[in-house]
Design a protein around this ligand. Structure first.
Ligand code: MF3
Ligand code: CO
Ligand code: CO
Length: 281
């Protein structure tokens, strides 16, 4: 997800219909490409669940993901993106997002987000979920459940005539009702044939605020929710974002497209394993 300081991307399609808010309105035929890309990202996130365990290094998980992308004849969107070198972001415990895979090994009780973006026939599939190594604490499991439900509350607000503020408000309301906080420093984003396009999709806000949703808009919703305070900082590696108070953070991400009836989720789990990715104890 882009940092909130990033400029809204010029999305590089060339010709095409942008609405008055500068948001691309895709054609009905474009949904199929997004479903194919989203399905691959989701299938990889399904299959990687069996690899996550105490003792496994996150660079090994990333290598497996890269191999799965290659085997599918697709491309990683993150390798080479702004100097990033990996096929996934793996964000453990108090890491909010953009954790860099490394030789660090998972420990029993670690919670982690794995975020994968693939390119299939030019279309981007972007999704992330939470995993656990071994047995999570009750408070960690609770945070993960709240974060998942906050994303789904946001998706429930996706329909023509609603606004982006309605999505953010639904997420914020759910998280704060459970005494958790919403990260402000990163957001969801338009996507399609580009990785990050307008608009910035905020995970907090006021009902009725922001641009109106229209059929043909494609974007991610990817709330990061903390057990403690919302503030983050980026480490010296220029990628890893952590909670300033070192409280646990969780995130889920779906890519969706607005339809006349509401929305379609491009990144649904083929195995029905979006949440939980583990077997509850
Ligand atoms: N997949 C992330 C998102 O949801 C972006 C990762 S960019 C990277 O927008 F370079 F850090 F991989
Ligand atoms: Co994203
Ligand atoms: Co992502």
């Amino acid at each position: 997800m882009p940092a909130m300081t990033a400029e809204p991307a010029l999305d590089g399609y060339g010709q095409g219909r942008l609405n008055k808010d500068g948001i691309r309105i895709h054609a009905p035929d474009d949904f199929a490409g997004m479903h194919a890309a989203g399905r691959l990202a989701a299938d990889i996130l399904d299959r990687i669940a069996d690899v996550v365990a105490p003792g496994v290094a996150t660079i090994e998980i990333d290598a497996t993901i890269h191999e799965m992308i290659r085997a599918a004849g697709a491309k990683s969107a993150t390798v080479g993106y702004k100097g990033y070198r990996h096929a996934s972001c793996i964000s453990i415990n108090h890491v909010v997002c953009h954790g860099i895979p490394s030789d660090k090994r998972l420990k029993d009780g670690d919670i982690l987000n794995i975020d994968v973006t693939v390119i299939v026939d030019g279309w981007f599939g972007d999704s992330s979920r939470m995993y656990v190594a071994g047995t999570p604490s009750r408070k960690a499991e609770r945070l993960i459940d709240i974060t998942h439900d906050a994303l789904m509350a946001g998706i429930d607000a996706v329909r023509p005539g609603n606004t982006f503020g309605d999505i953010g408000a639904a997420i914020q309301r759910h998280a704060e009702a459970h005494r958790c906080s919403v990260v402000r420093d990163f957001c969801g984003h338009g996507l399609g044939r580009v990785f990050h396009a307008a608009p910035n999709v905020l995970h907090y806000g006021r009902p009725g605020a922001g641009p109106v949703l229209e059929p043909g808009m494609f974007f991610t919703i990817e709330p990061m929710i903390n057990l403690g305070r919302p503030e983050t900082k980026v480490l010296d590696d220029d990628w890893t974002a952590v909670t300033r108070d070192r409280s646990l953070s969780a995130q889920f991400e779906h890519a969706v497209g607005v339809t006349d009836a509401g929305c379609e989720i491009f990144t649904l789990s083929p195995a029905g394993r979006f949440h939980p990715t583990w077997t509850r104890g």
